[in-house]
Design a protein around this ligand. Structure first.
Ligand SMILES: C[S@@+](CC[C@H](N)C(=O)[O-])C[C@H]1O[C@@H](n2cnc3c(N)ncnc32)[C@H](O)[C@@H]1O
Length: 860
């Protein structure tokens, strides 16, 4: 029965067997061994307390690893058979008696390490058990706090349950470093996890609440700071997770539109609710009835209320304006009517004395002045934007802007131009990233209190601007949250930021400056003087003007560049800036590397003659070759005289070691946003259609004019544009054959993992070195031969060299029929030497049959 149970739970695993082999009383021993391997606490300990130690495998390990003459005390409810060098006794660790016994054994000593692997009878009722376990852990920690030395280590088992975080929080209060880990020997199916708490803070007084299960597991939602104990760390934050509201487990939320009118936080509603309804509840909402009849409640408004989640900024503004108007009609406090004292809904100014009148007039004048300034600034900004757009269309040069910005001083002009360029504007322009510029300019407008350039009623639109800013903030906040949750999104954003590195700097400083209403010119000057100085600026200016024609070298005419600057070409490899191109090429190179476990025959790698292979394989090789050339590898040794290996995509750069490379490769593949295979398959399909005449050049041009080519994203909310970019893409046809060819390519790349290729190359080099060494020795022997003339010696050495240089005739590939046990096995079958190829028996029969048929038809 007992054996059955062990089998049933899969207990007779390798750790179980190993424990038996090594004489440990339980497989748990390996958990401690592995924990100690990672954190190394046993070697440093002289006194150890093992709570819940039966049957005693942890004590065994401790006795083995700890220095001689260490004190090890083990306690458990169950009896522990004696272990040499270990004191054991039977007791319940939650009792005072146990504490006293330990005290008796330790006397004045303090423990360097306290271990706890306790588990109350797991298996009866999980919820109950997990709580008891957490409670037991807390009890163990209580004991640990009594006996641990300052800086000591507490290692405990915890079950991942609802109390897990609470326990961790407490540990964090009492130890400087807390880490949760799961050693390999701990079964994956088990919810157990081990927490290693290092650096006991040994506070003089510990708030009893820290060790009280009630306080820890129930009241932790609002933890009381333990001000008395020096361990309290205000920086420890408890993460707040929003779940469903109590009693409301639906994701779709709707509220009456009247609530939106009455609320003081309309943006919160727009951000969290799906629909505003006008349907009358049974009890009859008077406000809602009146609201429905208002002429302000137009069909547009009703449509917007239908689904708030699909609205853009424009619609949000529409709703918010509607709300303000309705509030005015209903006599609710609005921003315009409200006085500083918000508690009063409508403030009436009946009489105004002289002084107040003067103040009012002054205020009016001030307002006018500021709105005039605003208008001027906006006009200036619009002008600048236009110039930038002109620049993008190559109608003007950056120099024009620089000169204008810098004014009459010639040097200033240099500065300004430099700064334009420092911001990466020139290169961005060439890359068609003006969207970013416009966005940044718009943002600056925002920050400086200006609305979007399309609006003219700047005085009356203050509310709108504020709302817009709030909406922007909310959107940014949403993006931040998304980034926090989604590692992939974070990586993608990091990549984007990396690509836009120069631009980031610009927008960053831009934002800072704009807080003080600074324009582009102010940015330029401050950046310049702070960062690099005039010499650098001139240098940079020269460099960048030099760089300008480099773009022309891309072979594109100005018109072509403007054309390819369109967003539609953004994701297409081969079009766009060179960096992107290069990176994508690299990415493709890094793609689809199979796992290293696959065996590759050396002979296959070192084949001197090209074997006839499938056409797709050849295509792959050629492609890989082209790529290899495009990647600047410094691994010159590897490439020496090994042209046959060039077909293997090279992924090794400089001195990067393999693990590094593999790690990076993994990350790269995880972050890869564009499916290169799909794009290649599309390209192949297109090429095939062109080659077979199914499509003509004109068809392609025609297809180029589609809805995606004329995307007008002006005024659309960022989130919408982002979402569109992700999903609204041109669907190009992909044939089955193209997809199959790409799959084949992937398979071919996978079949030659770089690790194996490198190993094989290294082996080949090693063998060559050995041969050379042999040759040297033989030549030396010949040279020192006394019975030979100098000519004979020279001839013999010559012959040796010629023989060594002669290529060995290639061995014929042996065909091995895979039978029985050999089927599906990739390693070399027994007794087979040299090149071989495994074939299926059916394949050999088929081949023979084909040959027979061919011969017969010849005879006829
Ligand atoms: C997983 S075993 C410990 C294995 C041990 N670490 C080893 O290496 O052999 C869990 C132990 O916790 C003990 N235990 C549970 N509650 C206890 C309590 N209140 N006081 C003492 N021991 C307890 C159980 O008797 C059981 O032997």
């Amino acid at each position: 029965m007992a054996i059955q149970k062990k089998h049933g739970k899969g207990r007779l695993d390798k750790w179980y067997k190993l424990a038996k082999e090594k004489g440990y009383r339980a497989r748990a021993a390996f958990k401690l061994i592995q924990l100690n391997k990672k954190y190394g606490f046993l070697e440093k300990s002289k006194v150890l307390l093992d709570l819940c130690a039966a049957p005693g495998s942890w004590c065994q390990v401790a006795a083995e690893v700890m220095p001689v003459n260490s004190i090890i005390i083990g306690v458990d409810l169950a009896p522990i058979k004696p272990i040499p060098k270990v004191i054991t006794f039977q007791s319940d660790i939650t009792t005072e008696k146990c504490r006293a016994t330990i005290r008796g054994h330790l006397k004045t000593w303090k423990a360097d390490t306290v271990l706890h692997d306790g588990a109350p009878n797991v298996g009866t009722a999980w919820v109950q058990d997990s709580f008891n376990q957490a409670e037991l852990t807390l009890q163990a920690m209580k004991l640990a706090t009594d006996f641990l030395i300052e800086g000591g280590t507490f290692v405990t088992k915890v079950f991942r349950s609802k109390d897990y975080n609470s326990l961790l929080w407490v540990f964090n209060q009492l130890f400087t470093k807390v880490e949760a880990t799961k050693p390999p020997s701990s079964r994956n199916v088990s919810a157990e996890i081990f927490v290693v708490c290092k650096g006991f803070k040994a506070p003089k007084r510990i708030d009893p609440k820290f060790l009280d299960p009630k306080a820890v597991f129930e009241e932790l939602a609002a933890p009381t700071p333990n001000n008395e104990a020096k361990v309290y760390n205000p920086e420890v934050k408890k993460r707040k997770r929003d779940g469903y509201e109590e009693g409301d487990y639906t994701q779709f939320k709707e509220i009456p539109a009247s609530e939106f009118i009455q609320t003081t936080d309309p943006i919160a509603i727009l951000g969290s609710i799906n629909r505003l309804t006008f349907t009358q509840p049974k009890n009859g909402d008077v406000a809602l009835a009146a609201l429905e009849k208002l002429p302000e409640t137009t069909d547009d408004i009703r449509t917007c209320c239908q689904d708030l989640r699909v609205l853009g900024r424009k619609e949000f503004k529409l709703l918010l304006r509607w709300r303000l108007r309705v509030r005015e009609i209903f006599g609710f406090a609005t921003k315009k009517t409200a006085q500083p004292d918000l508690s009063e809904e409508v403030a009436q100014v009946d009489s105004m004395d002289e002084e107040m009148k003067i103040q009012q007039e002054l205020q009016n004048l001030k307002d006018k002045e500021s709105s005039k300034k605003k208008r001027e600034r906006r006009r200036e900004n619009e002008k600048k934007q236009k110039e930038i757009v002109r620049m993008q269309l190559n109608m003007t040069t950056p120099m024009d802007i620089g000169m204008e910005q810098a004014g009459p001083q010639g040097e200033g002009a240099m500065f300004a131009l430099k700064t334009v360029d420092k911001a990466g504007a020139m290169s961005r322009l060439a890359k068609g990233k003006m969207a970013v510029i416009n966005e940044t300019a718009a943002k600056r407008d925002h920050d400086s209190g200006l609305g979007s350039s399309g609006e003219t009623d700047d005085d009356s639109d203050e509310d709108g601007d504020r709302l817009e800013r709030e909406l922007d903030d909310m959107y940014d906040h949403y993006k931040e949250q998304k980034a926090e949750r989604d590692a992939k999104y974070r990586a993608k954003r990091a990549r984007a930021e990396h690509e836009d590195g120069g631009w980031e700097g610009f927008s960053g400083s831009d934002k800072d400056e704009s807080d003080s209403d600074g324009g582009l010119e102010e940015d330029s000057d401050s950046d310049m003087s702070e960062d690099e100085g005039p010499v650098a600026s001139k240098k940079s200016l020269l460099t960048d003007l030099d760089n300008e024609p480099a773009d022309d070298n891309s072979g594109l005419s100005k018109r072509a560049r403007v054309f390819f600057n369109d967003d539609i070409f953004k994701d297409i490899p081969g079009i766009g800036d060179e960096d992107e191109e290069e990176e994508e090429e690299n990415d493709e190179d890094y793609e689809d590397v199979g796992d290293d476990d696959e065996e590759i025959e050396d002979d296959e790698l070192f084949s001197d003659e090209e074997e006839p292979e499938a056409p797709s394989n050849q295509v792959t090789k050629q492609k890989a070759k082209a790529k290899t050339q495009s990647i600047a590898t410094s691994d010159s040794e590897d490439s020496e005289g090994e042209d046959e290996d060039e077909s293997v995509p090279r992924r090794v750069k400089g001195s990067e070691d393999e693990e590094d490379w593999e790690e990076k490769d993994k990350q790269r593949r995880a972050n890869e946003p564009v499916d290169i295979d799909i794009i290649t398959a599309e390209a192949m399909t297109l090429a095939h259609a062109l080659a077979t005449g199914q499509k003509t050049k004109h068809d392609l041009i025609d297809e180029g004019f589609n809805k995606h080519a004329l995307r007008d994203r002006d005024g659309l909310p960022d989130w919408f544009v982002e979402d569109e970019g992700r999903h609204d893409k041109v669907q190009r046809p992909r044939t089955k054959e193209a997809a199959a060819a790409i799959r084949e390519k992937t398979r071919a790349v996978n079949a030659r993992p770089i690790k194996k290729v490198r190993e094989a190359k290294a082996r080949k080099k090693f063998k060559a070195a050995q041969r050379l060494e042999k040759l040297k020795k033989k030549s030396e022997v010949l040279a020192s031969e006394e019975g030979m003339t100098e000519k004979e010696k020279a001839d013999s050495i010559q012959r040796l060299l010629a023989k060594a240089a002669r290529k060995k005739p290639r061995q014929a590939t042996k065909v091995v029929v895979a039978r029985g046990a050999n089927r599906g096995i990739k390693s070399r079958p027994k007794g087979v030497k040299g090149r071989y190829r495994m074939v299926d028996p059916r394949m050999r029969k088929d081949m023979r049959a084909l040959k027979r048929v061919a011969q017969r038809s010849k005879k006829r």
